[in-house]
Design a protein around this ligand. Structure first.
Ligand code: SF4
Length: 355
């Protein structure tokens, strides 16, 4: 007598139950904490999220706490995670929860989908993990596992491939444990079916995996060609006064709004050294003498590879530029912090300047 092979979902969940990582956000059923973790985990590594998550949910234990956060508190809480737009959208979402749902995250997927910052992925994760709704959550890990397992040979981000991925995952979804199923599929992608070297010999769903059987794990998923990288040389002025540094706050509506940058011609503007003083006069009505290069740091924004040159500067008139403290909670941008580390030492807080 033959027995039917265990379903994809059953094999996956059995593996997950035995191998799941113990992560802080897996120890809670609080929808707000799960929402925070899912937003942080987008485009950020688990290890980087771990500490930030625990600090964040201690400081902002409920949507109402974060809804009341100032811009500077928001930027400080999100430091190290990058992509600050996510934090602003999360705060917009928290404010909506306070205004329209008495401060409680709604359990209805239709109401969740109306909240700012909740796209299809976050909706699927939150609805299934926090509330047990049978909704799929598709992220890059899930796309990779599914494209390999189903042998999808079209570019994985194309609409037809996405539709196939969604249909496959919806067919596999375990309706009794949808939250665990979604986490298990993502975990499989993160721990076993990894981009460069999938561990097919320890994969619970290898038995019917098309890519494994056909020797196509190196070819799948098919990626669209990347945009060519563009190299940019940018320059900024570094002027210090005691424990303060001259900076400019990024205006509302621009990427990284609210952060403090070192003054320059613009982070993606290719400048030579002689143009820096003129740019500061034009942009900020500041009169600054530019001296030697003090630091050179690398930074990437989308497909731009930026080499940022920081020059010593002597301030004659600061115009619309301002002196900002080096220390917390000033939300200095990541490139500015890299410059401080080079010029001022490991912690970047300028002990030398305060001596
Ligand atoms: S068998 Fe290999 S390629 Fe297929 S899903 Fe498992 S790890 Fe990925």
């Amino acid at each position: 007598m033959s027995t039917a092979p265990a379903s994809f979902g059953h094999r996956l969940l059995r593996w997950f139950d035995a191998n799941r990582r113990d992560l802080p956000w897996r120890r809670t059923r609080d929808p707000w904490a799960i929402w925070v973790s899912e937003v942080m985990l987008q485009q950020t590594r688990v290890e980087a999220v771990r500490d930030s998550y625990e600090r964040f949910v201690r400081r902002f234990a409920a949507p109402a706490d974060f809804a009341a956060a100032s811009d500077d508190e928001l930027l400080a809480a999100w430091r190290g995670l990058g992509y600050y737009r996510r934090a602003r959208l999360l705060r917009d979402g928290a404010r909506r929860v306070v205004a329209e749902h008495s401060g409680r995250v709604p359990s209805d997927p239709a109401a969740l989908a109306e909240l700012p910052g909740i796209g299809p992925y976050t909706l699927g994760a939150l609805a299934s993990i926090a509330f047990g709704h049978a909704v799929v959550a598709l992220d890059g890990n899930v796309e990779r596992v599914t494209a390999r397992h189903r042998g999808i040979r079209t570019a994985v981000r194309s609409s037809p491939a996405r539709e196939r991925v969604r249909a496959s995952v919806a067919g596999w979804l375990d309706r009794d444990r949808p939250g665990d199923f979604n986490q298990a599929l993502m975990e499989l992608g993160a721990m076993v079916c990894t981009p460069a070297s999938p561990g097919c010999d320890r994969c619970p769903v290898a038995g019917d995996c098309v890519a494994h059987a056909a020797g196509l794990t190196g070819e799948l998923p098919v990626k669209a060609p990347r945009r060519a990288a563009v190299d940019v040389q940018a320059r900024v002025a570094f002027a210090a006064r005691g424990a303060e540094v001259l900076g400019v706050r990024v205006p509302a509506g621009e990427p990284n709004a609210g952060q403090i940058e070192l003054p320059g011609a613009g982070v993606l503007v290719d400048t030579g050294e002689p143009e820096l003083a003129a740019a500061l006069r034009r942009r900020f009505a500041a009169r600054v003498e530019i001296g030697a290069e003090l630091a050179r740091v690398r930074h990437a924004i989308t497909h731009h590879r930026i080499v940022l040159h920081a020059h010593a500067a002597t301030v004659r008139e600061r115009g619309r530029l301002q002196w900002f403290p080096l220390d917390e909670p000033t939300p200095w941008s990541t490139p500015a912090r890299k410059v401080f580390r080079q010029i001022l030492g490991a912690d970047g807080t300028g002990g030398a300047m305060r001596a």
